[in-house]
Design a protein around this ligand. Structure first.
Ligand SMILES: [Fe+2]
Ligand SMILES: [Fe+2]
Length: 168
């Protein structure tokens, strides 16, 4: 199978879909932590995010296959699993999304430099997606910081899916 993908774009897309897979594992770990702390609303929210990150990886993998470049799945580090509070969890989710945005922008930079139009179109979807992802993450950080008592956190947890509607 010969590939029409510029090498720099292949490298960035490979890095990015593996990062999306790590994000999926990371959200699964956040979901488990939340469930163990009886924050079932947040657990469900993060389980859904894990599924979405996996879909993001699949989108890039399909693009690579369509262009004759079978995806190279990398070994993965274990996601972080210890957190001190729901605030800590929210900050970690925000950091994950910020890192994801950085990777998407780096991949788009490579696609623009290589005049790789198909990869640019693929990545435009991800650029918009990251605006939504960073929006719910920063809202989560702000709301958890404001809910600085046990009752406030429980109320946040009960309504998390409405509060952080991700537009889907
Ligand atoms: Fe993603
Ligand atoms: Fe995300």
């Amino acid at each position: 199978m010969s590939s029409s993908l510029p090498a720099a774009v292949l490298q960035e897309l490979t890095h990015q879909f593996n990062h999306e897979l790590l994000a999926a594992q990371s959200y699964l770990a956040l979901s488990v932590w939340c469930e163990a702390q009886n924050f079932s609303g947040c657990a469900a929210f993060f389980a859904k995010q894990a599924g979405e990150e996996r879909e993001h990886a699949d989108k890039i993998i399909a693009h690579l296959l369509d262009r004759g470049a079978p995806a190279a799945i990398a070994a993965m580090e274990a996601p972080r699993q210890k957190f001190s509070s729901l605030g800590d969890v929210a900050l970690h989710a925000q950091a994950l999304e910020q890192a994801n945005t950085k990777g998407i922008h780096a991949a788009l930079d490579a696609a623009v430099a290589a005049k790789d139009y198909p990869a640019q179109v693929l990545l435009h979807w991800f650029v918009s997606e990251q605006v939504e992802e960073e929006a719910w993450a920063s809202k989560m950080v702000a709301l958890v910081q404001r809910a600085n008592c046990a009752g406030g956190l429980s109320s946040f947890d009960r309504h998390v899916s409405d509060l952080l509607s991700t537009g889907k």
